[in-house]
Design a protein around this ligand. Sequence first.
Ligand SMILES: Nc1ncnc2c1ncn2[C@@H]1O[C@H](COP(=O)(O)OP(=O)(O)OP(=O)(O)O)[C@@H](O)[C@H]1O
Ligand SMILES: [Mg+2]
Ligand SMILES: [Mg+2]
Length: 486
Amino acid sequence: MQWEVVIGLENHVQLTTNSKIFSGSSIKFGAEPNTQASPVDLALPGVLPVMNKGAVERAIRFGLAVGAKIAPQSVFARKNYFYPDLPKGYQISQFEDPVVQGGSLTFAYEKDGKLETKTVNLTRAHLEEDAGKSLHEDYHGMSGIDLNRAGTPLLEIVSEPEIRSAAEAVAYAKALHGLVMWLGVCDGNMQEGSFRCDVNVSVRPVGQQEFGTRCEIKNLNSFRFIEEAVNYEVRRQIELIEDGGKVVQATRLWDPDRKETRQMRSKEDAQDYRYFPDPDLPPLVISQEWIDRVKAGMPELPAAMRERFIRDYGLPEYDSLILTSSQAMATYYEAVVAKAGKANAKAAANWMMGDVSSALNRADIDIERSPVEASQLALLLRRIADGTISNNAGKKVFSLMWDAQSQDENLADTIIEREGLKQISDTGALEAIVDEVLAANAKSVEQYKAGKEAAINALIGQCMKASKGKANPAQVTELLKKKLSA
Ligand SMILES: Nc1ncnc2c1ncn2[C@@H]1O[C@H](COP(=O)(O)OP(=O)(O)OP(=O)(O)O)[C@@H](O)[C@H]1O
Ligand SMILES: [Mg+2]
Ligand SMILES: [Mg+2]
């Protein structure tokens, strides 16, 4: 049987406010346990929550960026459940009328060596408060509760079940991560839990309309865990069904050490939470003026920048998506093009998606910390474009520039000179090489003259070898053709 994978993601994005969503307590990470929990966060009797405007503003930013509807009026509800880290016995969230409705996210990824782009629709994004944290290790031999995180503002972003593989799920999550950081609504720190992902996974026979039963893997805080957990879960569900079993809707946890998902609890449905509007909070009203004000203060958005890259630099959609996957990447790219010229825009994109990205991945650093500066890369591109060095020599120069960790604006020239990488473009010198090669390769010459055009490649290869790779291949080809047709 052929199976199709169906995935929907819920992302909990911690907002970059200074204080909590309904109280003035700080949300700064790393404070002593229980030093940042106010009576409001603890729901002590007689206190009332007050909505943090900054959190709403960030939700509006996000909604505008994904082309969603910003609800003119949305409602906070109580989601009731019992857990030791939830001091109130309920979480304030949004249920029926979320603040952000609809929208979509477009992203690029590689599938079986092919470059793909995809748009996933969003269901909603709603504001809610985070719960506290149970400390199971090393607390006087007991479990302790740290309520510092209780009341931290979150935006929960929910996708439609339109994702079809682990690779797509990772690409979606990365695009979302890049976007919320771009917008400044989240610091994106996954180790500190600022960006967490719940992955809903089901499988169905190819061709079947109805969805299979989903399992939800909670709280994944790395892209690798998303990939591993989805792949494991898909295999588990298929094996279960093929053995005659049935998937039960459940919440599962990913165990990164044993590389498996484990059932945490059978899934509760909305009705189990007994949602009802929070009587302590009035409806959240957002005027068009407020939306306009937020819009006016937003940076150029990735979607607009993408269009501009396609229009102004002639880039394919895939390239434009990759280059706008983070603001730092886009800024770097534009700085390279500004110095290397628009004619080198596509070459700059290729370099960034190729050698630059590989080097960053190997060093496990972001582009902000790249030892090769945009202006240094731009000079290298110009030297390749003007024929000073070959593309291959360019790769060597790049790797030497990377290791040099130098601020030298002319680093590329310095290295080309030092390593003697300049192409031989002097026609006299080239002619000598070409003549020599023609004399020594009578057989290829004969084949070419007999109409086998591919025979010229062998001759080009010989010329490159004779010049130790420094001949300009375009010039060599031209010279060879001229001499062979003479
Ligand atoms: N059959 C299915 N297979 C895979 N994903 C699904 C399926 N049905 C729904 N989903 C996805 O599951 C997610 C459901 O999230 P939603 O927040 O609406 O509800 P929930 O998980 O029940 O609530 P909670 O926020 O309490 O976890 C969505 O991303 C949706 O696309
Ligand atoms: Mg949810
Ligand atoms: Mg869920």
